[in-house]
Design a protein around this ligand. Structure first.
Ligand code: ADP
Length: 606
């Protein structure tokens, strides 16, 4: 029962841990952890395959603002065209005509640009593609989308959707089109990845074909960038574009509308064109970060909770705590270790499950252990009290024996007085012996050392004898013993122990009853069993105490208050004797009215 409750508690922590991780709060924590890992573990610097042709502040002021940008771009493209760039991706939207001279220059430049890719944008709430003017478009190898899909929680650019579609038409991302042109290959699709030449891009269709971007590490100082103005002033810089993939776009802080934060950007946002170039570099150098499958995340959470549960169930004290610390440490470091292997493992789920389950398991075990300690402490103090009582009880007959024997030895007493004293010495030593035997029996029987004798005896005979033994005690209290019937039939077992058990029930009935009451005794035989009932009109037992009276040393409050001496041991022995004879003892009782103790025992097989 307790084990089920423990497992249920742990399952609850698992569910809560997972549920918390799926909330926006949980995902934001995962984001922070991702960005932290991203900064902590950066890939080795690589040689970029792309160069950014930037329309920066200086270019704008040199060429005359946004209006003149087409002419300036046209001039730049003409300058680099002889260097045979492998592809040229243009992150400007040329959907409308501007100044005729500039448009014409641009159209001519496009005609001279190899592997040109133009940009398109989703408009009208994603219903329509806003495409470049046909006069430009006809020179382009492809048109790629420039959607960024920032994180819905913190607007940081971590991934890019490779595929975007209206109801009618799908477009690949500008960076992917540039990559395809640079590799002169097709894009082959499967549900889990895209294949371009020899490169397999892990990007599932059901994730909207999104890919995590690997931004260039700080040590590379960003991707190479040459402005239109620099190129115009130093045409020899065109050499830097030889065989490269060119990403042309606006970087001027004043003009650019798409600048986003990245995990590496700190407080400076990154222009969209550099984000597209970074995505391209991710493809070109195979720097992919894969998401761990959801099933593996759930499995890790499950294992964590099981480990925490076992730790506290099997170990105790510092060993359990040390194990828990180790578990927490490994759960915290695992996502980072996975990240260094290019696997993105969400940080929070296992961590939340680990903390919750460790706390729950530790608290549970603390309660259980404390309960156990409390119980054994209670048993110990009961035992101490009982021992004090026993030694005190033993002193009474001993003092009587001592005193009487001294008197007998010192004085010559009349014959009658001497006999009286001898009788007293005899009965007191018997009482002492009885008391010692009871306690030894109790100890032996509870330690399972008691060897039961196997003999047949008459139930009627021993019950009758017990009744006769108790009568003088009852008379003393003016209690009447009424025997309705004595059981017929033979029992099999230990006669002395059984007599002890019956006598004990009778003596309790007398002990816990007031004067001028009746104790009813009946013994019947039914269904192959003997049933002995002892009914008194005594103090009774409260319902919640009934179960406990068979515990060793337990005494009810009313018994304590009655002034009757007792040890609380007798009934525990009675129960063990009866049970070892294949029988049962049951009690029904009502406070202030009385109790019925019933023993049922199997008849001996003849
Ligand atoms: P004790 O030595 O205290 O009588 P027992 O083991 O014989 O110990 O009984 C345990 C407790 O059960 C008693 O202390 C008393 O509280 C309760 N009890 C036993 N018999 C009766 C009874 N006939 N009526 C009321 N209470 C009883």
């Amino acid at each position: 029962m307790r084990r089920f409750a423990y497992i249920a508690l742990l399952t609850f922590t698992l569910v809560i841990g997972l549920a918390v991780s799926w909330t926006a709060f949980g995902q934001q924590i995962d984001n922070y952890a991702y960005d932290f890992f991203f900064r902590l573990h950066q890939p080795a610097p690589w040689t970029p395959e792309s160069v950014i042709l930037a329309a920066d502040e200086e270019s704008f002021s040199a060429f005359g603002g946004l209006l003149k940008v087409r002419a300036a771009l046209a001039q730049g493209l003409e300058t680099i065209a002889p260097m045979h760039p492998r592809a040229v991706a243009i992150d400007f939207i040329f959907t409308e005509a501007q100044d005729p001279a500039g448009d014409l220059a641009l159209e001519n430049a496009f005609a001279h640009t190899p592997n040109l890719i133009l940009a398109c944008d989703l408009i009208s709430n994603g219903e329509r593609w806003d495409d470049p003017l046909p006069r430009f478009r006809r020179h382009a190898r492809a048109v790629g989308h420039i959607q960024a899909d920032l994180d819905s929680l913190d607007a940081i650019s971590r991934e890019i959707p490779l595929e975007k579609a209206t109801a009618h038409e799908r477009r690949w991302a500008l960076s992917l089109e540039a990559f395809r042109q640079s590799r002169n290959a097709q894009i082959l699709e499967s549900p889990d990845d895209l294949r371009v030449g020899t490169t397999v891009i892990p990007t599932a269709r059901k994730s909207g074909r999104s890919v995590r971007i690997r931004y260039a590490p700080a040590s590379m100082g960003g991707l190479p960038r040459i402005s239109l103005k620099q190129l115009a002033d130093h045409p020899e810089l065109a050499e830097r574009f030889r065989n490269k993939v060119v990403f042309a776009g606006v970087t001027a802080q004043t003009a650019v509308r798409d600048r986003w934060m990245t995990p590496l950007s700190g407080s400076v946002s990154m222009p969209g064109i550099e984000i597209h170039a970074s995505a391209f570099e991710t493809f070109a150098h195979g720097l992919f970060l894969r998401d761990a499958p959801v099933a593996s995340v759930v499995l890790l959470c499950l294992l964590t909770v099981v480990a925490a549960g076992l730790l506290f169930a099997l170990l105790e004290g510092w060993a359990a705590n040390a194990g828990a610390v180790l578990l927490l440490l490994s759960v915290h470091t695992l996502p980072y270790a996975a990240f260094t292997h290019n696997i993105v493992f969400p940080f929070l789920p296992a961590v939340a499950c680990a903390w919750l389950s460790v706390f729950a398991a530790a608290a549970w075990q603390a309660v259980v252990v404390r309960g156990r300690l409390g119980r054994s402490e209670a048993a110990r103090s009961q035992y101490r009290e009982a021992m004090q009582f026993v030694t005190h009880e033993m002193k009474t007959p001993l003092t009587a024996i001592q005193g009487s024997s001294e008197l007998m030895g010192r004085y010559t007493l009349p014959e009658e007085k001497r006999k009286q004293m001898a009788d007293m010495i005899n009965s007191e030593s018997k009482r002492l012996a009885q008391m010692i035997e009871t306690f030894l029996n109790a100890e032996r029987i509870s330690a399972g050392q008691m060897e039961l004798k196997r003999e047949q005896f008459s139930a009627e005979e021993i019950l009758g004898r017990c009744v006769e033994r108790i009568r003088p005690v009852a008379d003393h209290k003016q209690i009447e013993i009424r025997v309705a019937s004595l059981p017929e039939g033979m029992l099999n077992g230990d006669r002395e122990l059984m007599e002890y058990a019956f006598y004990n029930l009778l003596s309790n009935a007398v002990k816990y009853s007031g004067p001028a009451t009746v104790v009813h005794v009946s013994g019947t035989r039914e269904n192959g069993r003997v049933r002995v009932a002892v009914e008194d009109q005594g103090v009774g037992i409260e319902r919640k105490e009934v179960k406990r009276i068979f515990e060793k040393f337990y005494r009810t409050r009313s018994a304590e208050q009655s002034g009757e001496k007792g040890t609380g041991v007798g009934l525990s022995i009675v129960q063990q004797i009866v049970v070892q004879h294949g029988g049962t003892v049951t009690v029904t009782s009502e406070v202030g009215k009385g109790s019925i103790f019933t023993v049922s025992l199997p008849l001996a097989k003849v």
